[in-house]
Design a protein around this ligand. Sequence first.
Ligand SMILES: O=C(CO)[C@@H](O)[C@H](O)[C@H](O)[C@H](O)COP(=O)(O)O
Ligand SMILES: [Zn+2]
Length: 196
Amino acid sequence: MLSRIEESFKESIQTKIAAAEAMPPAIEKAAQMMVQCLLSGNKILTCGNGGSAGDAQHFSSELLNRFEQERPSLPAIALTTDSSTITSIANDYSYDEIFSKQVRALGNSGDILLAISTSGQSRNVIKAMEAALSRDMTIVALTGKDGGEMAGLLGPNDAEVRVPSTRTARIQEVHLLAIHCLCDLIDRTLFPQDEE
Ligand SMILES: O=C(CO)[C@@H](O)[C@H](O)[C@H](O)[C@H](O)COP(=O)(O)O
Ligand SMILES: [Zn+2]
C-alpha cells in the first residue's frame, strides 16, 4: 500500500512540474481580468461539481474573507452553496440549470464567472458559461484534459487555465494551486505591501 501512496505523491509532483511549465501565462491573464473586474466594482461568481464545487467555495471564501494578508473583503459568490435554490431548480427544471439560472439572476455586465471542471464537459457548468456570456460577463475557465466543450465557448476576452493531465484527482490538485496563485496576484496588485 505504501508504494501506491508514494506513486500518487510522485504523480502529483510530476503533474505540478508540467503545470509550472504550461500554466503561468494563463493564470496571469486570469488574474489581470479579475483585478480589472474588482477595480471596476464588479464581482466574481464561481461554480463547479464535486471537488470543483469545493474549489469554487474555496476561492469565493478567500475573496470574501481573506487569503493571507489583511485587506478589505472582495465581492465573490459561490453558486454551489444554496441547497434550497439548487434543489428547487433541479426539481422544477433540471440539474443542468442549477448554476445558469443563478447567473441570470445575479450576474451583471463586467462580472466574471469562474467556471471549474476537470473534464470541461459538465453540462451545468457549460450552461452557466452560456448564461454568463448572455449577460456580457467574461469567463475564467479552470479545466483539464482537452478542455472539453467549455474550451470551445471561450473568446479572446476570456481565459482558460488548463491543467496538462487527464486524471481528475491530479487536475484538482493543480486547480487548488491555481486558485491560490490567483488570490496571491489579486492581493499583491490591489493591496501591495512592502516586501517582507
Ligand atoms: O472530486 C472528485 C474526483 O476526485 C469527484 O467528486 C468529481 O469532482 C466529480 O466526479 C465531478 O462530477 C467531476 O466533474 P468535472 O470535474 O468533470 O466537471
Ligand atoms: Zn476530488
